[in-house]
Design a protein around this ligand. Structure first.
Ligand code: ADP
Ligand code: MG
Length: 349
């Protein structure tokens, strides 16, 4: 995991707004050909030549989207970039630039903002995206961070949510449910710590799911893998809100039905064991947990041989005629209609 260093406290007012921006951004290097002009002028200048441009943005608010009690600032910076890159990859595109806007209350010293930017920089280096601008302002309440990502994609490659057809296979990358469970573990540790500030959390047995929550990775590798396998999805979305909600988006926007098979949903062993410990149903978590940032997509039946042996991809269902509805087929072979918040209807008692 990423480490926070936070002993020193330098007041941001010592630097001023321009000094702060310069200080935070001086080690970012430009890696994309399409970046003509990055930070320092009134606007950035980009040149995408014959490609289509992708734009996506997310706003994260302290106390709503993250809790600094267990979210180190370096992780927050990294994750704020990931959630945006994930949206670019979900269009089957390449992420190229980001802008970062922050609002800070005066409880944040320079060192805290440096940690935030260390996470942003790690994300930029790892995913080869350029930081090309942003805005910096003060806040009376806490920390806000808004990231906008830009990307490029050719007209032939772009994949929308609405292209799924009956009989297409429904495929997911990686495994799901971990990020939400990781959050539950962190929330529990926070309660324990509140009751006993001398307690030392031992998160060893939860390392995978905690990492899924604190340091998610956008699936750039899956976009490349699909290209290498010569598979173009018919529709695609990233899993930010939970499998159930994303399946509903693809199905309704494509005007098709879907059968999702409960026994096919990929779960990490740590997700299964932690669900047992928390006495919650793993399927419920996978369907409604969210924040996994895996890719969910549909492919034509004829492409199945190209993906079937791949350990990163799992076929979890297939699309049907709209009249058949959007269903979960349970292990007991029962069909239950999927709804975005419908997990309670099949909760294990
Ligand atoms: P303006 O007054 O024209 O909006 P700013 O003084 O806000 O310009 O910003 C100066 C430059 O620094 C611009 O290139 C802007 O995009 C960039 N910038 C401002 N804040 C940030 C930030 N938090 N992170 C990265 N770049 C930033
Ligand atoms: Mg500005």
């Amino acid at each position: 995991m990423l480490k926070d260093k936070n002993e020193q406290r330098t007041s941001i007012s010592e630097l001023g707004e321009f000094g702060l921006i310069k200080h935070l951004t001086k080690y970012f290097k430009i890696q994309q050909e399409s970046t003509e002009k990055a930070i320092g002028d009134d606007a950035a200048v980009l040149e995408f030549s014959d490609k289509q441009t992708l734009v996506t943005t997310d706003l994260l608010v302290e106390g709503v989207h993250f809790d600094l009690a267990y979210m180190p600032l370096k992780h927050l910076g990294y994750k704020a970039v990931m959630v945006n890159l994930s949206d670019v990859y979900a269009m089957n595109g390449t992420a190229t630039q980001i802008t970062v806007s922050i609002a800070l209350s005066n409880r944040f010293p320079l060192e805290a903002v440096e940690e935030l930017y260390a996470g942003i920089q790690l994300a930029c280096d790892t995913y080869k995206v350029d930081l090309i601008g942003g805005d910096t302002t003060s806040s009376t309440t806490g920390l806000l961070i808004s990231v906008t990502a830009l990307g490029e994609v050719t007209e032939q490659d772009v994949v929308y949510r609405n292209g799924a057809k009956p009989n297409d296979l429904l495929v997911v990358s990686g495994d799901i449910g971990g990020a939400y469970l990781g959050l539950q573990v962190l929330e529990r540790e926070k309660q324990v710590f509140a009751a006993n500030p001398n307690s030392q959390p031992d998160l060893e047995q939860y390392s995978y799911i905690v990492e899924r929550q604190l340091k998610p990775e956008a699936r750039k590798d899956i976009v490349k893998l699909l290209k290498d396998l010569e598979v173009k999805p018919t529709s695609m979305i990233d899993i930010s809100d939970g499998l159930s909600s994303e399946i509903l988006h693809i199905s309704t926007q494509s005007g098709v039905g879907c059968n999702l098979y409960e026994d096919k949903i990929p779960l990490d062993p740590q997700v299964i064991s932690t669900c047992e410990e928390f006495e919650i149903d793993a399927t419920t978590i996978a369907l409604s947990g969210g924040e996994d940032y895996e890719l969910l997509f549909t492919i034509k039946q004829e492409d199945f041989p190209k993906i079937k042996a791949n350990p990163h991809l799992t076929v979890i269902g297939h699309m049907t005629d709209k009249s058949e509805g959007i269903n979960l087929v349970t292990r007991a072979n029962q069909k239950i209609e999927l709804t975005a918040q419908g997990w309670n209807s099949f909760k294990k008692d």
